[in-house]
Design a protein around this ligand. Structure first.
Ligand SMILES: *Cc1c(COP(=O)(O)O)cnc(C)c1O
Length: 334
């Protein structure tokens, strides 16, 4: 069943539908990271995507799959932030009313951006089960179509467009690193790559404090881990979806975990060395590159997906200061 729903042909149709809707983002060779890790490092810069995260791919794929329904009564979805902005943006473009249910602790810059794109925001308790229940209630009561932020057919197929871009930009890539929350991005990208003629490995990346996909793959079924706060505020889904889990089981090689400090360090270095504004969630892939691939021989072509750039400036500044303070306090490493 999964096979047909997510065949390469289905992904190709979605890619055609999304041409000119999502931006083909640059794949940037990184001199600094290549030197530091001894690998050939490429950065897939989704921070330059429309609404500054890959979520526009998910939102377009998800909304187009339900367009008839959505045009009648609007759509409702739950999101920790970037999906909210993306679905609001796409809704505005397609003339669809958008309601987003958000956790009370959601980053203020992301809430504001979703409002700016015209979405109505409904806040709920800081618990994913409550958020899901709220989305379902609004759909039941108001007839709104639900567009899932990660566990939907159209959503995942939309994310697959990034896989096609990688096949065109660097078919010889040997390793691809993808930040994971609910697993929609890694599901879509891995399904495209592994069903094509590509012969590399693809890894999901999660914060150590929220290893939901890692634990689920180990147990062999979608598993809920405790809610945890992380500096990577987009990587907080504490359970993978049914579809994303099944696809990850089939196509993802493994999930690599990174610490909070490693995520902060990667975020600051991307800013300082690459002049790239990347949010901590999007820098998790670089943290995994440094932790798991630095010094490995032979050198490989590694792609780190920078999944988003919606960092809050105040928090970014604090991270830079804190990082500087630690560097001057610590003895110089050679
Ligand atoms: C949503 C998001 C992710 C994770 O996406 P999933 O499809 O839920 O795994 C990673 N990075 C950023 C910046 C995001 O906004």
């Amino acid at each position: 069943m999964l096979g047909q729903m997510f065949s390469l042909k289905e992904f190709e149709q979605t890619r055609t539908a999304l041409r000119d809707k999502v931006r083909v983002t640059p794949l940037l060779f990184s001199d600094a990271l290549s030197t530091r890790t001894g690998q050939q490092v490429y950065l897939k810069a989704e921070n330059f995507q429309r609404t500054h995260s890959f979520k526009i791919r998910a939102a377009y794929g998800g909304l187009l799959a339900k367009l008839a329904e959505a045009r009648q009564h609007g759509v409702v979805t739950g999101s920790s932030g970037n999906f909210a902005q993306a679905i609001a943006y796409v809704g505005q473009e397609l003339g669809v009313r958008v309601t987003v249910v958000m956790l009370e602790r959601s980053a203020p810059n992301k809430v504001e951006a979703a409002r700016r794109y015209g979405a109505e925001i409904v806040f709920c308790e800081n618990d994913f089960a409550v958020r899901t229940a709220t989305v379902e209630r609004l759909s039941r009561e108001q007839g709104k179509a639900i567009v899932p932020s990660f566990d939907g057919e159209g959503t995942i197929r939309g994310n697959g467009t990034l896989g096609f871009e990688l096949l065109e930009q660097l078919p010889a890539a040997e390793v691809v690193l993808v930040p994971v929350s609910g697993g929609g991005l890694v599901a879509g990208v891995s399904a495209v790559l592994k069903q094509s003629s590509w012969r590399g490995r693809i890894y999901g990346v999660q914060p150590e404090v929220n290893p939901s996909l890692k634990v689920s793959l180990e147990r062999g079924e979608p598993t809920t881990v405790p809610n945890a706060a992380t500096v990577a505020d987009g990587l907080v889904a504490n359970r993978p979806g049914k579809l994303t889990f099944a696809l990850a089981q089939q196509y993802v090689d493994d999930v690599l975990l990174v610490s909070e400090e490693e995520i902060v360090e990667a975020t600051v270095r991307l800013l300082e060395e690459e002049k790239l504004v990347v949010e901590p969630s999007g820098a998790a892939s670089v943290a995994a590159l440094v932790r798991y691939f630095a010094g490995k021989q032979p050198a490989q072509k590694v792609v780190a997906v920078l999944s988003g750039g919606n960092a809050e400036l105040g928090r970014l500044t604090d991270m830079v200061k804190e990082h500087r303070r630690q560097q001057t306090a610590a003895p110089v490493r050679s």
